[in-house]
Design a protein around this ligand. Structure first.
Ligand code: S3P
Length: 434
């Protein structure tokens, strides 16, 4: 993975302008490989995200006997059917990818073979009990460090039974892990979450021909359903677009068109938040592609104001808070974030990481709380030296902040950006007017 430390210094910009597109959606790209692998027939994927996290998923399925080709344009997955995966002959390395390890823990629990999942130093610190505990209730046999709560996880395939599970957190990784296990379980699997998390798994399972029922934040599916391979066109990742949206909002004289962005309502919390802050963002050319809604986003520099953020919008914007924190740091008044405790267990503790880094570049008063933070906006940021904590989204958020600083920002290591947004820095250079 990204073993080489890569420092980066970004200079201020006079404007952010242009017409761009961002790479494919990370969540949808993972799921297209996973469902394609266990489907019957072939799945072809265009605009697949060639990021390290998705390469981890690809490598995992290749190690279980799935032929996957990539000609640089299309990724082709030769599905082996529901029961066609083979025992991997080595430990499966999920790298930095929480989605890979959590979804695969569910999928592998119902196989007829043994497997071990691990990841990098960051992933091995992240909580796995949220999946191992409900999977154990279904009959899964999983052991791991910390009494089965941390990777590496060793999974001995077992016959699973469907259960009704009330998840204490809104997590698409938990929900999707249990749905994938549910495909291999006897009977029906029902998962309810406190508020609806991203529903790409539900949409793609339907697109692949599975029957499932959804009502509010509850989903039910029957085990044993065969999937049929399909053609998938992956929309641009709104989580990647968010960095460019904030860049254009905070730098004066900016106008940026971002084409082909996924606007699934379970992902558009960032648009709701930035619009509520006074951001000038227009959705154009709305359409549907492979079961997912898509639009072009036109964004112009705006005078932002602080707002209160909490409740249902939080899971709908969960990956965008590093970028939103930058917008808040330059907004008029104070932005208060609540109900976002999950940010403390992402690739790094994103509340602590953003608070520390924004202070280092001259932000206003920042108060951390257990489940959020309060950020007092200032007219402009100074610049300085910051740290990514090995987290791609912290690194990108700080690079965007740099565009609106009075002097440059130096980041200790941005190699992590390759996990989700290859070409990010090239795109930033392309749109930044200096
Ligand atoms: C993801 C779900 C979210 C998100 C992550 C991707 C997914 O995680 O933060 O980047 O693809 O299912 P949680 O399920 O932990 O909220």
């Amino acid at each position: 993975m990204h073993e080489q430390i890569q420092p980066m210094t970004t200079a201020p910009a006079r404007a952010v302008r242009g017409e761009i597109s961002v790479p494919g959606d990370k969540s949808i790209s993972h799921r297209s490989i996973m469902l394609g692998a266990i489907a019957n027939g072939t799945t072809t994927i265009s605009n697949f995200l060639r990021g390290e996290d998705n390469f981890s998923t690809m490598a995992a399925f290749r190690s279980m006997g799935v032929a996957i080709e990539d000609d640089g344009r299309l990724v082709t997955v030769h599905g082996v059917g529901l029961h066609g995966l083979q025992e991997p002959d080595d430990v499966v390395d999920c790298g930095n990818s929480g989605t890979t390890i959590r979804l695969m823990t569910g999928l592998l629990s119902g196989q007829r073979f043994f497997s071990v999942l691990t990841g990098d130093q960051y992933l091995r610190r992240r909580p796995m009990k949220r999946v191992t505990e409900p999977l154990a209730r279904m009959g899964a046999q999983i052991s791991g460090r910390g009494h089965g709560t941390l990777a590496p996880l060793a999974i001995t395939g077992a016959q699973l039974s469907g259960i009704t599970y009330q998840s204490p957190i809104a997590s698409a990784q938990v929900k999707s892990s249990l749905m994938l296990a549910g495909l291999y379980a006897d009977g029906e699997m029902t998962i309810s979450e406190p508020t609806l998390s991203r529903d790409h798994s539900e949409r793609m399972l339907r697109y692949f021909g599975a029957g499932l029922e959804t009502a509010g934040a509850t989903v039910t599916l029957r085990g044993g359903q065969e999937l049929q391979g399909r053609e998938i066109s992956v929309p641009g990742d709104i989580s990647s677009a968010a960095f460019l949206l904030v860049a254009a909002l905070i730098v004066p004289d900016s106008e940026l068109l971002i084409r082909n962005v996924g606007i699934n309502p379970t992902r558009t919390g960032v648009l709701d938040i930035l619009l509520a802050m006074g951001g000038d963002i227009a959705l154009q050319n709305q359409r549907e592609v492979s079961g997912e809604p898509v639009a072009d986003l036109l964004v112009r520099s705006s005078r932002l104001k602080g707002i209160e953020i909490g409740g249902d919008v939080v899971p709908r914007a969960i990956d965008e808070f590093p970028a939103i924190c930058v917008a808040a740091a330059l907004a008029e008044g104070t932005t208060v974030l609540r109900d976002a405790r999950e940010l403390r267990v992402k690739e790094t503790d994103r509340i602590a990481a953003m608070a520390a880094n924004l202070r280092l570049i001259g932000a206003g008063t920042i108060e951390e709380t257990d489940d959020g933070m309060a950020i007092q906006g200032v007219e402009s940021l100074a610049g300085g030296t910051v740290t990514s904590f090995g987290d791609h989204r912290i690194a990108m958020a700080l690079s965007v902040a740099a565009l609106a600083c009075r002097s440059q920002v130096s980041i200790d290591d941005v190699s992590c950006v390759a996990t989700s947004f290859p070409g990010f820095f090239e795109l930033l250079v392309q749109v930044a007017v200096r």
